[in-house]
Design a protein around this ligand. Structure first.
Ligand SMILES: [Fe+2]
Length: 181
């Protein structure tokens, strides 16, 4: 029997887990939206607000490989465009506001790759954003401190540092291009 919203979230996601499908994404999205409705009096959430960790691993599933992370961000914090390698990610905002931009990779006239910004969305408390494999996005905390949950299909630190699958982009002369691997 789940004791709190966090445990209810995990109890709901574990049985639907499997390969990436529209149904799995919709299910995880729905359960994250439910998690965002957790009462602030629940101990784990109270602790996150009190301690405001920049990075906190709330759960790592030993069998399925997914992670649920919590991040506290100050207003103004900018994370430049990146993808998530082979992973997919759902961002869920518990407090504050984060502007999330999406980009497409296009070929430039010299045959290189550059980003073109598609749009940006102001994500508010109670809202989630899904990024699938290949999606490129950036984030800017516009109202903080923000508390966001990041549900990742796999360990993205490993995907980045060990597998070298994550692409980060750097700005040169107003144009975002892939950074050094
Ligand atoms: Fe991201």
């Amino acid at each position: 029997m789940a004791r709190n919203s966090l445990e209810r979230f995990l109890d709901a996601v574990q049985p639907i887990w499997g390969p990436l499908t529209s149904e799995l994404v919709a299910g995880c999205r729905w359960h994250l939206e439910e998690l965002l409705e957790a009462p602030p009096t629940e101990e784990w959430l109270t602790a996150l607000h009190r301690e405001a960790p920049a990075y906190d691993e709330l759960y790592r599933d030993p069998e399925r490989g997914f992670l649920l992370l919590a991040h506290t961000e100050r207003a103004g914090l900018y994370r430049p465009p990146h993808d998530h390698g082979r992973g997919w990610v759902i961002y869920a905002i518990q407090q504050g506001e984060i502007e999330m931009g999406t980009y497409a990779q296009v070929e430039d006239p010299q045959g290189g790759v550059q980003l073109v910004k598609r749009d940006s969305t102001l994500v508010r408390p109670g809202q989630v954003q899904v990024y699938l494999p290949g999606d490129v996005h950036d984030t800017r905390c516009v109202s903080g401190p923000a508390l966001l949950f990041r549900f990742t299909e796999r360990d993205l630190k490993k995907e980045d540092k060990e597998e070298h699958r994550v692409t980060r982009y750097v700005e040169r002369g107003g144009v975002w291009t892939p950074g050094a691997p």
